[in-house]
Design a protein around this ligand. Sequence first.
Ligand SMILES: Nc1ncnc2c1ncn2[C@@H]1O[C@H](COP(=O)(O)OP(=O)(O)OP(=O)(O)O)[C@@H](O)[C@H]1O
Length: 164
Amino acid sequence: MTITRGNFRLKVVEGEFTDSQIIVMLRENGTGKTTFLHMLAGLLKPDSVEGSDMEIPKFNFSYKQERIGIKLEFECIVEMLLCEKIPDAIRNPHFLSNVFEPLLIRKLMDKELGDLSAGELQKVALTLCLGKPADIYPINEPSTYLDSEQCIVASTNTSRPRIK
Ligand SMILES: Nc1ncnc2c1ncn2[C@@H]1O[C@H](COP(=O)(O)OP(=O)(O)OP(=O)(O)O)[C@@H](O)[C@H]1O
């Protein structure tokens, strides 16, 4: 199938993945990584082709957008946001030890979203994404704005099995 955005056309061929598999997409800027993730997550529709029976399988996605902060309510305390959006996850010991604590979210809990640094906001966005039960977690730009230590934490701890 293909998907067209202005002058850009991405051709997607059928592939496979298994449970608990981590797939990393690394390509130059503007080669269609975000377009592909948006298509997978159902945010963009592929071009329709007459007679084609190829469909994107239906999965539950928890997607972390490339541009963080756009959909977050800025006059909100981090703790309130997490309690509202991922109430089960933040009481789950597995999530706390694999995501919440390694990303050092506890020390951000009483801060307003609007006061967070870009890296802190990125970590809250990752926590929100990973705290939602889903089949697939497309994470766009997981390490942007993170310091080197937190880049390693984000790539190791956030890829461990999570709550279902
Ligand atoms: N709404 C749009 N209208 C026209 N062209 C678009 C639109 N959105 C994206 N594109 C183009 O599609 C191409 C792929 O963009 P995409 O965001 O998928 O790339 P990417 O691989 O995620 O890039 P990056 O690594 O820079 O984040 C780019 O050339 C971009 O300019």
